[in-house]
Every structure is written in structure tokens, then in C-alpha cells.
Design a protein around this ligand. Structure first.
Ligand SMILES: NC(=O)c1ccc[n+]([C@@H]2O[C@H](COP(=O)([O-])OP(=O)(O)OC[C@H]3O[C@@H](n4cnc5c(N)ncnc54)[C@H](O)[C@@H]3O)[C@@H](O)[C@H]2O)c1
Length: 449
């Protein structure tokens, strides 16, 4: 089938490439001319495992094309997917202006019947809003071209986006028209060969499902972060508690890791958008507000631990801190709402010198912190550790799991290791000669401070 994807970012590009891989003819549109030019040359603008190969292979076979021309794109695909940003507004509510702008473009340019499928995460009721905008533009043109709007929220995870897209757990289709839903079934049929994963519901429920899923996952993270704080205060070890509760089949092991808070382009904004939507609808979402508050606090926790540790050693000012990992999670270069941004900002304000390293997010980090005089951009984790008073692990990249700590320690001036992701065994780190401070676990310090 001919498919158009509007918005060629993490979701749009991955979805477009996966549809092409399954044999569809796909045209990806973006307003970012540089991005489209790079894609036409076979350059991938984001880091996502497996994506480059997929894009190159399908571009060569002409099943995947890129354009900035709206007219051409809208009239290419019988089905047009929207995958544009839906960022937070000042008050936390969702900014749907990008989606609305796409809807206007579609209404102004479509020449034949179209099925519009919204993949962006949008507040409940947006499918109806998109319908209204397209209808308004068509009426202005005195056109009666038929169209349908479907909600098809996306659940892929950055870092595993290609795999998630090729093998989705479920495909949610919110459609008020059964015929349009059948077209979506056909598009997704190559993804559901082993068993049917398609759930068809009304558009409002589909839009709500996406927010509810993210809210549930964020709640587990904030819950564990709260438990880790309590563990710390009462002398328990959250690593043991995590295993103890995860073994209960009603709870399970996933999403139970304490850390320095959730980040990324989805959870923070989606929780706030759901809170805003709930309030607008007259509900008081107390639990969700607490989930967000705990997360805001948690993003500052490692910085607080560093400040406390150095308070008896002359303060953080002029101390050198090596930072391992910058992206909001491993296997992505995405820094949107990453805990590292708050951590770095706060330490810079206190006069610390930072030696930063991330396996793939350095170019994005440089765009944010530019040539800050107190930041050194490092080659690897060993380089970052050079003359450092402390190391802070912020992202649990696999390459940090089995580090040669003897050589790391030889590079350092100090002995402090702040583990924001509980990646190491506290007793082993102490034996290696580190003051090891992690999340929700009794500190392992050579000399109590
Ligand atoms: N990133 C994720 O992991 C993820 C997962 C599930 C859902 N989502 C949702 O999917 C949507 C897109 O997220 P993303 O991470 O892919 O965003 P992104 O910022 O990576 O990509 C969006 C793209 O849309 C383009 N764009 C903006 N306005 C446009 C317009 N009017 N016409 C055409 N293109 C336009 C931008 O230039 C950009 O390339 C959001 O609603 C997000 O919440 C994201």
C-alpha cells in the first residue's frame, strides 16, 4: 500500500522504515529541510540501533522516499500517518499545534479520499479536533472529498524502536469507522503473522490508552524511587527489596529499578499532559501529581549526594566530576528531559568542573552546553576519569558494566563514585577502594563523612 508519514523523527522515521521493510511504499515528509537532505543521502539523523541498515536497504529499493513537499506527500499515500511533536506547554498541557498545522495542510492539499492516522501522543479528543480542522479546510475549498481520522498511538521505546516496531506487543486502533479500521488491519497484517495483536476501539479510548500506559510505567518508576528513599532512611537495601517484590507474579521485575528519575521525550510531558487534561475535565489526579513531584525530586538526588559528600571536603566548587552517560537512557542519543541536564546545570552553577562522556549523545550535548569553560568533552570513560575527584554514572550504557576499575582509579585524583543507576555491587566497589554511593542502598565509604 502507498503510505505517507508526516514528521520524520524517532517515531516517523522508524515507522516509515519498518512499513517499507514489510513491503509497503512509503513517503516520509518533514519540514526540516536539512534532515530530509541528509536522509536522501543515506545519512541517519538519529541514533537508533538497526535503523541505518533498514533505511539504506529500503531507500535503495525505492520503497522508502523522503520529501519536504506537502502536496506531493499528501497525494502519495492513501493513508497518511501523523508523527509530529506534541511538547508540553508552560502549564503542562499538551501543545497540539504541530498536529493541528498538519491537519490544515492535509485539508488544503488532499485531492482524493484519505485516511488520516494519528501516531503522535495527543490528548483525548484530538481525533475529533483533526477531523474538524480538515473539514473546515475542505469546506473553504468547497470540496466534499471524504476522509476518516484514526487514532493509532505509538508504543515504541527509543533504543529498541526498530525491534518494537517490527514486533509490537499490541497495535491499538481507535476508529469510529469499521471500514477505515480494516485498512489499518491490512497495513499491519505483516506485523501480526504469528498472532493477532490488533485491538480496535473508539478513538477516545485509544488516545487515553497511550497516556494510561505511560502513566502506569512512570508510576512504577516513581514508586520505586520513593521506596529507595525510604530504604535509605531505614537502612534497608533497595536492590534486595526490588528482587523480593519483583518475584511476585502480580508485580513482576520490569520497571522496578530505582535511579535518578525518568526522562526522555515521552514520560515527563505525557504525565503532565494527562494531569492537565484530567483537571480540565474536572478530575483531581492526586496520584499522577505525586508521580511527577517524586520524579522532579529524584532528578536532583545525585547532585545532592555529591554536595553532601564534598561538604566536609571543601565543597563542590572547583572539584572535578567525571560524568559517565548523558542520554536519558542507554542506546539512544536523545537528551530530551534527561536527568543529566539538571545534574550538569546544578553542578556548573556550584562551580564544579565537569568531564563529560557518552557513547553517542555527545553531539547533542555539545549543542546544549556549547563551549562552556568548565566542561571538558572526553574520549571515553577512562579519559573522563582523569584527575577527577569523583565519577557520577548517569546512564547505564552496557560498556560501563565491566569497566577496568583499577585503571579508572589510577586516573582519578579522588575516590568517590556516585552510581545513579545501581550498576555495581556496593561491597565490591568498596573493596576496589572507592567511596561508593548509590540509590537506596547504604553508602560504602572508606571513612564516614
Ligand atoms: N520518541 C518516542 O520514543 C515516542 C514514542 C511513542 C510516541 N511518541 C510520540 O510521537 C510523536 C513524535 O515524537 P518523536 O519523538 O518522533 O518526535 P521528533 O521530534 O523526533 O520528530 C518529529 C518530527 O516532526 C517534524 N515536524 C514538526 N512539525 C512538522 C510539520 N508541521 N510537518 C511535518 N513535519 C513536522 C520535526 O521536524 C521532526 O523531525 C510525539 O507525539 C511523541 O510523544 C514518541
Amino acid at each position: 500500500m502507498h503510505i505517507t508519514i508526516i514528521g520524520t523523527g524517532y517515531v516517523g522515521l522508524v515507522t516509515g522504515a519498518c512499513f517499507a521493510e514489510m513491503g509497503h511504499s512509503v513517503m516520509c515528509l518533514d519540514v526540516d529541510i536539512t534532515k530530509i537532505e541528509r536522509l536522501k543521502k543515506g545519512e541517519i539523523p538519529i541514533y537508533e540501533p538497526g535503523l541505518e541498515e533498514l533505511v539504506k536497504r529500503n531507500s535503495l529499493s525505492h520503497r522508502l522516499q523522503f520529501t519536504t513537499d506537502y502536496q506531493k506527500a499528501i497525494n502519495f499515500g492513501k493513508v497518511c500517518f501523523i508523527a509530529v511533536p506534541t511538547p508540553s506547554q508552560e502549564n503542562g498541557s499538551c501543545n497540539t499545534s504541530y498536529v493541528e498545522s498538519v491537519a490544515s495542510h492535509i485539508g488544503r492539499t488532499m485531492e482524493e479520499k484519505r485516511i488520516i492516522v494519528n501516531k503522535s501522543t495527543v490528548p483525548v479528543g484530538t481525533a475529533a479536533l483533526v477531523t474538524k480542522i480538515i473539514q473546515h479546510e475542505l469546506t473553504k475549498r468547497k470540496s466534499t472529498i471524504p476522509f476518516e481520522v484514526i487514532s493509532n498511538p505509538e508504543f515504541l521505546k527509543e533504543g529498541a524502536a526498530v525491534q518494537d516496531c517490527l514486533k509490537p506487543d499490541r497495535i491499538i486502533i481507535g476508529a469510529n469507522c469499521p471500514k477505515a479500521a480494516d485498512v489499518l488491519r491490512e497495513i499491519y497484517s505483516p506485523f501480526t503473522v504469528s498472532h493477532d495483536k490488533i485491538l480496535i476501539m473508539d478513538t477516545l479510548s485509544a488516545e487515553m490508552t497511550k497516556y494510561a500506559a505511560n502513566a502506569m510505567l512512570a508510576t512504577r518508576i516513581s514508586f520505586m524511587n520513593e521506596i529507595s528513599e525510604i530504604c535509605k532512611c531505614v537502612g534497608a537495601n533497595v536492590n534486595e527489596v526490588r528482587k523480593g517484590i519483583g518475584s511476585d507474579s502480580r508485580i513482576g521485575y520490569s520497571f522496578l529499578y530505582p535511579g535518578i528519575g525518568y526522562g526522555g521525550s515521552c514520560f515527563p510531558k505525557d504525565i503532565r499532559a494527562l494531569i492537565a487534561k484530567a483537571k480540565e475535565a474536572g478530575c483531581e489526579p492526586k496520584l499522577l501529581s505525586a508521580v511527577d513531584e517524586v520524579n522532579v525530586r529524584q532528578k536532583k538526588i545525585l547532585g545532592m549526594k555529591i554536595r553532601r559528600y564534598f561538604s566536609k571536603l571543601g565543597g563542590v566548587k572547583s572539584k572535578t566530576i567525571a560524568v559517565w552517560g548523558l542520554s536519558f537512557k542507554p542506546d539512544t542519543d536523545d537528551l530530551r528531559e534527561a536527568p543529566s541536564l539538571i545534574f550538569i546545570d546544578e553542578l556548573l552553577k556550584e562551580g564544579a568542573k565537569l568531564r563529560l562522556y557518552d557513547p553517542v549523545a555527545m553531539p547533542n550535548a555539545r549543542k546544549i552546553f556549547k563551549n562552556h569553560p568548565s566542561i571538558s568533552w572526553c574520549e571515553d570513560e577512562f579519559d573522563a576519569a582523569k584527575d577527577a575527584d569523583a565519577i557520577a554514572l548517569l546512564t547505564e550504557w552496557k560498556q560501563f558494566r565491566l569497566v577496568n576499575f583499577q585503571s579508572v582509579k589510577r586516573q582519578m585524583k579522588g575516590i568517590a563514585f556516585f552510581d545513579g543507576r545501581n550498576q555495581y555491587k556496593p561491597a565490591e566497589m568498596r573493596t576496589r577502594g572507592f567511596d561508593y554511593i548509590s540509590i537506596g542502598v547504604p553508602d560504602q565509604v572508606q571513612e564516614l563523612v
